[in-house]
Design a binder for this molecule. Structure first.
Ligand code: ADP
Ligand code: MG
Length: 469
């Protein structure tokens, strides 16, 4: 009589749940929930138990770390002859299958109908660029985003026909502007599959426009955007200094608005503070609704942590959740980053999650935040934005616009990295640390006395933070 008969096991699920009982004794609850709970038994043929894994990544991890434990467990449950087999799809084959399903669907749609004549929906050629995971369902509401959320939800039911057109969302980095704008797009596609939705960051819109100019397709480009039902343009603070793009957008805006098409815009500041933006555009932005998203309060941070911890299958005590919510306050992207860090620490070190591990993770998050930003990135972004040759930041040129860009790069390096004054000086052309101090003072004075310059500095800072986050 083998072990299985002794336990009276007949189905794959029974066999697997016996294995899980054994495994549970040898790993931390977090490892168990993360790596073992998602697995399912799919078949049991004589002594071969086949387990389905979510993807190849799970296979590699489990096979590498828990092969022994798994083999021992299955042999205990099914006897010495037992074999464990894995089944999973690798990401390419998932993509391939989805593409095949889409192709099949298109063939279905094109099949001639014999009795009924149904117009065949045109297969969408344009890309919406929406992230499917940015939905209303997983957008947590709090006093910081209540109005924005309510208005966004109303718009998605009747895009273009509410008085919220354009819909202008503004607020700091990582507070959920892109998520909310995309949630509208995703919901519109769900409720109105025939409507064309397109999402673009202003930078991409600009790049596409420049391409169109190069290829002499401006007319085509502009006409295309006039056929969109919901146009989402993200981070429009970067319109500044792009007069021709603003001009083109002005025409697209007018045409869309006249035809009751929805326009959604986001920015890090309200329209009236967008210096350097065409007055005609600013006045049009005020035709619709402007709302802000504020940094999340403690309650909302806690709610977000609870929800995200659930999504990652992490069980955290109230003490830990509250510790993180108290200490990671600036934005939601960072809260998420902290949980991911915690999850990584747990799986890599197999430690139990306790308040100390939580503290370490919060600590690591605040240091990587600074470490992610490199002087290279700052130098590149500053020179791009200020339209100067990057190499000139490091040579002897004293031309005014170069000196200003160089000083700005030094100032931002001091602010955003841990680099010392000495190293900053060395990086920007082997200069002395007193030159760096002088640069920082100059930039500080300028930004206190010149609102346009302050604006420019803020834009460059945001670009760096976005590029390095
Ligand atoms: P922004 O565009 O304002 O810089 P994002 O929309 O990119 O910020 O949000 C940053 C991250 O935080 C995203 O992963 C997003 O899903 C998440 N996030 C932001 N707000 C919320 C919210 N209210 N509920 C849940 N997740 C959120
Ligand atoms: Mg964004």
């Amino acid at each position: 009589m083998n072990a299985a008969m002794a336990l009276n096991i007949t189905t794959p699920t029974e066999a697997w749940s016996e294995c899980l009982k054994l495994i549970k004794e040898h790993v931390t609850p977090y490892t168990f929930n993360t790596w073992f709970s998602p697995l399912k038994a799919v078949s049991l043929e004589s002594e071969k138990l086949t387990i389905e894994l979510p993807n190849s990544y799970f296979y590699e991890w489990i096979d590498h770390r828990y092969n022994n434990l798994l083999n021992k467990s299955i042999k205990k449950v099914l006897g010495e002859e037992a074999i464990l087999a894995y089944k999973y799809e690798d990401p390419q084959s998932i993509e391939r299958r989805e593409a095949e399903e889409r192709a099949e669907l298109q063939v279905e749609l094109k099949k001639p109908m014999t009795t009924l004549i149904v117009p065949v929906p045109e297969v969408q050629k344009h890309e919406s660029n929406l992230k499917p995971s940015f939905t209303f369902d997983n957008f947590i509401k709090g006093s910081c985003n209540q109005l924005a959320n309510a208005a966004a939800f109303a718009i998605s039911a009747s895009p273009g026909t509410t008085s919220f057109n354009p819909f202008f969302i503004y607020g700091g980095v990582g507070l959920g502007k892109t998520h909310l704008a995309m949630a509208v797009g995703n919901r519109v596609q769900e409720l109105h599959p025939n409507k064309k939705v397109i999402y673009l960051s202003l930078d991409n819109f600009f790049i596409q426009y420049v391409e169109a100019i190069k290829e002499n397709r401006q007319q085509e480009f502009s006409s295309y955007y006039q056929t969109i039902d919901v146009l989402i343009l993200d981070d429009i603070q970067f319109f500044i200094g792009k007069e021709k793009t603003q001009e083109l957008f002005f025409h697209i805006f007018n045409s869309l608005h006249q035809n009751n098409k929805q326009i959604i815009l986001t920015s890090d500041k309200p329209p009236k503070e967008l210096r350097g933006l065409d007055e005609r555009l600013i006045s049009r932005f005020n035709w619709g609704l402007t709302v802000d998203i504020q940094p999340p309060d403690f309650e909302t941070r806690l709610a977000i942590l609870n929800k995200k911890a659930d999504e990652y299958n992490l069980q955290l005590s109230d003490e830990i959740l509250e510790y993180i919510a108290m200490n990671v306050t600036s934005n939601i992207r960072e809260l998420e980053g902290c949980l991911i860090r915690l999850l990584a620490n747990v799986t890599i070190t197999s430690r139990e999650i306790d308040i100390n591990l939580a503290k370490e993770s919060v600590q690591e998050i605040s240091t990587t935040k600074r470490n992610n930003i490199t002087t290279d990135a700052i130098s590149k972004i500053v020179s791009d934005y200020m339209k100067v040759d990057e190499n000139k930041l490091r040579d002897k040129t004293r031309k005014q616009e170069i000196v200003l860009a160089r000083q700005m790069a030094m100032y931002l390096t001091k602010e955003l990295t841990k680099s010392s004054l000495k190293n900053i000086g060395l990086y920007f052309g082997g200069r002395d640390h007193t030159t760096v101090i002088h640069a920082c003072e100059t930039i500080q004075n300028l930004s206190q006395n010149d609102t346009n310059f302050k604006e420019t500095l803020q834009n460059v800072r945001t670009k760096i933070q976005l590029a390095c986050s």
